[in-house]
Design a protein. Sequence first.
Length: 264
Amino acid sequence: MTYADGDDSSLGPRNGGPGDSYFKFIPSTLWTPGDPPITGLDQSPYAGGGTWYGLRVGGGSPFTGYGQGREFGLAHWVQLAGGNNPNLEQQGLDAGLTGYYRPEDMQLDLGAVSRGFARACSPDTGDETHHLYGQVVCFTDGSLSQAANNTATPEIQPFEIGGTSRGINMPDNIAYQNGRGNWVLNEDAETTFESPHNNDIWDCLPDGQDQDLLSDGCVRVATLNDLTAEWTGGIFDASGKHYYVSIQHNISGLGTIIEISGWK
């Protein structure tokens, strides 16, 4: 089972239609991670075929209360035609899937997975030049067994809203921190728009025992000093104490990968 975002070539909704959607692929033969190890593409769970689904918020058939204005809450996985190299964007439009503005990255909540539950979080980058500052969403899909058999009722909710007092604009990439349960976000903001502001890395707490579903707080942990550059593709190692992140289209003209250590 895997989750995927939509094709971001259109960046967001257009001509009154929805933005990009979220999809789930269940391979015909489920694979236990590491057993056996995959050493070639022909061993990939994708190689043996499977079934594609798309997320439609508002419940399942015959429920009709879905569409624009219903972005969060209980949802339903709608089976799609799929096929070899499918055009999921068009299939999603035909199926009335829920749209988001530029889903850019996604990572499983490994803490939830270790407890036997399916949960993933993803930034929807947004469009700062029109004051749409983006957001991070998380969705659950029941137990791992329910997710694999598509018997759960999925639910999607906001985790962090861009443009708030925290100062997060256009979150673009996300990484789960093993051992802490925190989520680290990379910004991809328009750094010269209205006033110069460099792209940042934010470390966000999980949602705790309070009345909302949002992160309990985010702190800025790194800032670029180059208005031409952005952070991208950050990921932790298994220990959660070494974070690797790329700096792309920076002023040097060279791609750069750095390690940020010192995590406690």
